[in-house]
Design a protein around this ligand. Structure first.
Ligand code: KG4
Ligand code: ZN
Length: 331
């Protein structure tokens, strides 16, 4: 079975072809980061228009790279939500239309299921069951995963997502968009212990997160101190340390609560080195394992959508002729 996957939920156009025997045959990604940089965030209308320009050429390029004709594609998976509605509509309309033209089934994939299953694309995939920490610009969730489609949300952010907190704090520090990776780079020169940020919601039971207060704490710390380069690095360090520590505390709690030792970390923030080191140490200490997608599949991509779509299609799920685009959609 060979599936074409299409991802257009936010500011990345991703296309990939996944084969259940041979694995990933091709994948193409176009990032709109430069397009939105001047605005300090994603402009939904610009995102949709750019997906219109890029999706079909990327599909052609992916088909050419895999040396395939449409007759060799068995199904099409597209991201149906959550995300920006205009952006979703581009991928879902193109996906649905191609499936009709090629006479193959189409399936709408949940973007977070894509992230959650992205480590399955690696040579050493995690066996079920496991705890997944999904940390992106739009979501922060802890999920108990017993199998494909068997997901139980254990906790999530009640306000900003972890990536959003990184980006907003980076903006306060005059770093370019998206600021997460830049803030993390700045933190590499930071001194441990000069500033201490709170670890929100860790002093009470439960697995929910709240990150919006950290941004305010950062704003106050910036206002109260000199803004020399070392101080900026020290603030970035303290902010990152607080986010990472908070995520690690809740991961440990989730593993304990479910009696599990395997952790999957996915979504853009899973590229963060400090977070990886901390979670590696945490799982090693308890004789467990932590699994990540390769860096290019931590952020949005078509490969995770093709993979998740294949599981859904194998399960007999597919959509009728309607186009599905659901900006809000619980996992
Ligand atoms: O999963 P993703 O590509 O898109 C969404 O679905 O949101 O995640 C993007 C988010 C952004 O907020 C970005 O700043 C953050 O992931 N991010 C990072 C790092 N790399 C990406 N945050 C912290 N440290 C990083 N190294
Ligand atoms: Zn994402």
């Amino acid at each position: 079975m060979r599936i074409l996957g299409i991802e257009t939920s936010c500011d990345e156009t991703g296309v990939a072809i996944y084969d259940d025997q041979a694995g990933l045959l091709s994948h193409k990604l176009y990032s709109q980061v430069k397009l939105h940089a001047d605005y300090g965030g994603v402009v939904p209308e610009l995102a949709s228009r750019d997906h219109v320009k890029k999706t079909l050429p990327l599909i052609k390029a992916a088909m050419a790279e895999a040396n395939l004709t449409p007759a060799q594609i068995d199904g099409i998976a597209y991201t149906a939500g959550p995300g920006l509605v205009g952006a979703l509509l581009v991928g879902s309309t193109i996906g649905r239309s191609l499936a009709y033209a090629w006479q193959v089934p189409a399936v709408g994939v949940h973007h977070m299921e894509g992230h959650l299953l992205a480590p399955m694309l690696e040579d050493n995939p995690p066996p079920f069951p496991f705890i997944a920490l999904l940390v992106s610009g739009g979501h922060t969730q802890l999920v108990e995963v017993k199998g494909i489609g068997q997901y139980r949300i254990l906790g999530e952010s009640i306000d900003d997502a972890a990536g959003e907190a990184f980006d907003k704090t980076a903006k306060l520090m005059n770093l370019d968009y998206p600021g997460g990776p830049l803030l993390s780079k700045l933190a590499e020169n930071g001194t441990h212990g000069r500033f201490t940020f709170p670890r929100p919601m860790t002093d009470r039971p439960g697995l929910d997160f709240s990150f919006s207060g950290l941004k305010t704490f950062a704003a106050n710390t910036i206002a109260a101190n000199e803004t020399d380069e070392q101080t900026r690095a020290d603030i970035a360090y303290a902010f990152q340390d607080a986010v990472v520590d908070t995520l690690a505390i809740k991961c440990k709690r989730a593993l304990d609560q479910c009696g599990l030792n395997r952790l999957v970390v996915a979504g853009g923030v899973s590229a963060n080195r400090h977070l990886r080191e901390k979670l590696e140490a945490l799982t090693q200490k308890r004789g467990g394992d932590v699994f990540y997608p390769r860096p290019e599949f931590c952020t949005d991509n078509g490969a995770m959508i093709a993979y998740a779509g294949m599981q859904r299609l194998k399960n007999g799920e597919h959509l009728g002729l309607g186009v599905k685009a659901q900006p809000r959609w619980p996992l």
